[in-house]
Design a protein around this ligand. Structure first.
Ligand code: NDP
Length: 347
């Protein structure tokens, strides 16, 4: 069978912005004769995520992530349907997911490496397995729970950066459900600010591209900031930390403003910010969702319930076609997405 796949065409360089030309679409022949244990899957949805930026470098700088090889098929989170199976645990029609799904319209994969999922968990909205009821949801929920120390009734103010993105939009809603008195989002456009306040129930939102973030934080968080879910790092995070209260908590989830720079992760803080953290006894612990996989099953169940009961609203930006993987990735890296960026590969 003829299938389409996306390979890494070139690297942006450790200090460069990725471009769609870093990816190349190819047509290949796929032998659909299966060996024992293998399944043929049709890809439904693929995910593009910020961590992929370091997979584009020759050296990812992270031991748990392998770099993509030039001219080889790129992979990441994906969900699809089994079309034929020689794996005893899977049959035709099963919906499966993996974190190492090839960017390919159909693929032959080992059944043992796939996770079967129940479409009822997402009311048939299968792309949610890559977002709110998948890794993204886990990152938001477990990040808040493990590192945020949110306490009901404690009148806490939470700030979320990257707030209109996949993790941020969920983290803010979870902070509110878990008991924060106020949740303020920081994001990159007025349209996103509107969605945060009007659709997702954030108390206020700040556009970091157009406003004075420090002044707007003073207005929207008059009692100071107790919990900060940090997705972006850089100047935005310096401004937030400057207004944090004693004994506050920074959830160090990501630092996307630094991903196109040749700096280690997490990037070093300025002396001033470091001094604020120390003198105010603010915790800033790195959160890595992969370290909490023993809690994933229960957390996914909870996320499924929260989404199905509409206590959490899910935003997605969906692009069609495998030929648009590179475009979708680069757009997400520059803020083109509201909520989770998904690429729909087939019906
Ligand atoms: P998003 O859906 O949030 O997409 C990325 C967003 O980042 C863009 O929409 C853009 O929104 C924002 N952005 C891009 N450049 C900048 C910049 N220079 N300054 C501020 N914001 C910027 O992606 P995810 O939700 O998947 O990931 C969010 C963060 O969470 C990332 O840092 C990622 O690495 C991290 N992460 C961490 C995990 C962990 O285990 N710790 C697991 C998964 C994700 P805008 O319009 O607002 O600029």
């Amino acid at each position: 069978m003829q299938v389409q796949r996306v390979v890494l065409n070139s690297r942006p360089g450790n200090n460069g912005e990725p471009s769609p030309e870093n990816f190349r679409l190819e047509q290949i022949h796929l032998t659909s004769d299966l060996e024992d244990g293998q399944v043929l899957v049709r890809t439904l949805y693929l995910s593009v995520d910020p961590y992929m930026r370091c997979r584009m470098n020759e050296d990812t700088g992270a031991g748990y992530l392998a770099s993509w090889k030039l001219s080889e098929c790129v992979d990441g989170g994906g969900v699809g349907v089994v079309e034929s199976s020689r794996c005893s645990a899977l049959t035709e029609g099963d919906v499966v997911t993996s974190f190492n799904w090839p960017w390919q319209t159909h693929a032959v994969m080992m059944g043992g490496g796939l996770q079967m999922v129940d479409p009822q968990m997402v009311d048939g909205h299968l792309s949610y397995f890559l977002g709110a009821v998948g890794m993204t949801g886990l990152t938001a929920l477990l990040g808040v729970r493990e590192k945020g120390r949110v306490t009901k009734g404690a009148n806490q103010t939470m700030v979320v950066s990257g707030a209109a993105g996949a993790c941020g939009s969920l983290a803010g809603q979870i902070g509110r459900l878990d008991g924060c008195a106020k949740v303020v989002g920081i994001c990159g456009s007025d349209e996103k600010c509107k969605a945060l306040v009007e659709d997702l129930g954030f108390s206020a939102a700040i556009n970091y591209r157009s406003g004075d973030v420090s002044a707007r934080l003073k207005e929207t968080c008059p009692a100071g900031i107790d919990v900060y879910f940090d997705n972006v790092g850089g100047a935005t995070s310096d401004a937030v930390i400057e207004q944090m209260n004693k004994g506050g908590h920074v959830i160090l989830c990501g630092q996307i403003s630094q991903y196109n720079k040749d700096v280690p992760y997490p990037p070093p803080l300025s002396d001033k910010t470091q001094e604020i953290l120390q003198s105010r006894n603010i915790t800033r612990e790195r959160f890595m969702v992969l370290s909490y996989m023993s809690k994933a099953e229960a957390a996914l169940f909870e996320l499924s319930q929260l989404v199905k009961s509409a206590q959490i609203k899910v935003l997605e930006t969906v692009v069609n076609g495998i030929e648009n993987m590179g475009v979708a990735f680069c757009s997400m890296m520059k803020g083109g997405n509201v909520g989770k960026q998904i690429v729909k590969i087939s019906e």
